[in-house]
Ligand binder design. Structure first.
Ligand SMILES: C[S@@+](CC[C@H](N)C(=O)[O-])C[C@H]1O[C@@H](n2cnc3c(N)ncnc32)[C@H](O)[C@@H]1O
Length: 256
């Protein structure tokens, strides 16, 4: 199956592009949003133009819109973009199907949340990374939430490449690492609160009822996830293959 069909199918089935288990998706997305919100606020910058690369149904585009004049939010999957457009909240965001022309713009910040790990073709992965860096303004930021590893054979449209391979690639193009943190992974390094949440009987019951078609159960699960994750911090000292990275484009030595 090609990548576009995979993500279109997922969006059609789930209404989003995240974890198939709804309780996991709700909680994990709350933690991710909280982490990226914090990272963006920590920059203390207002951006002119931002790119949300692999925007999914647009949750992170909205965060970018709070600190940017314009947000271009792109995704390869048509159904994903269709859903994002129906949920659009800020007039600063333009959702559009990905085409390489997007890199003809210049950006002050590019955000990409769990996308590069889903680009299985090595050549395409390198081309996307190089294009991202080239389209950043000087001092521009590349903010990523990604899972790294040593899984070279694709599984479910995923390849977990080593962190150092990624850092070498962007480093050779003039990017400097400003911030790196381990981040919760619900299957590999879950936070204590998530483990408790996912095992609790009322959560399992609500998830089951949601799977049987109750939107009310889904709403209650979302509210509980939001409430509990407010006391949790996905950014952790413990080693995790999932990382939040902030990189800045600096002049290469010798460049005037
Ligand atoms: C795991 S989802 C993450 C979505 C969103 N960033 C979020 O965290 O809510 C991965 C997204 O990347 C998109 N994607 C995969 N390969 C892509 C590519 N080559 N170019 C643009 N988007 C891509 C998929 O369609 C999917 O929406």
């Amino acid at each position: 199956m090609d990548s576009t069909a995979f993500w279109d199918g997922r969006a059609r089935k789930l209404g989003h592009t995240g974890w198939a288990d709804f309780a996991t998706y709700c909680y994990d997305q709350c933690l991710r949003l909280k982490a990226i919100d914090k990272v963006l606020k920590d920059q203390k910058r207002h951006f002119r133009c931002a790119l949300d690369f692999g925007c999914g149904t647009g949750d992170f585009s909205r965060l970018l819109a709070r600190c940017s004049d314009f947000v271009i939010a792109v995704d390869i999957a048509e159904e994903v973009i269709r859903i994002a457009r129906t949920r659009k909240m800020s007039s600063a965001i333009t959702f559009t199907r990905f085409s390489s022309d997007v890199f003809e713009n210049t950006f002050d910040v590019i955000l990409s949340v769990t996308v590069l790990q889903h680009i299985v073709d090595e050549k395409e992965w390198k081309m996307i990374i190089d294009s991202m860096v080239n389209s950043l303004e000087e001092e521009g930021l590349l903010i990523l939430l990604e899972t790294f590893g040593s899984m070279t054979e694709p599984q479910e449209e995923t390849v977990l490449r080593p962190l150092n391979v990624f850092l070498e690639r962007v480093g050779s193009k003039g990017m400097t690492l400003l911030f790196q943190s381990n981040f919760h992974h619900p299957e590999i390094v879950p936070t204590k609160a998530f483990r408790w949440f996912r095992r609790a009987f009322p959560i399992r019951l609500l998830n089951r009822v949601y799977e049987q078609g109750s939107t009310a159960a889904g709403l209650v699960l979302s509210i509980i996830s939001f409430g509990i994750s407010a006391f949790d911090d996905g950014l952790m000292a413990k080693e995790s293959p999932t990382k939040v990275l902030v990189l800045k484009k600096t002049k290469k030595r010798g460049e005037s």
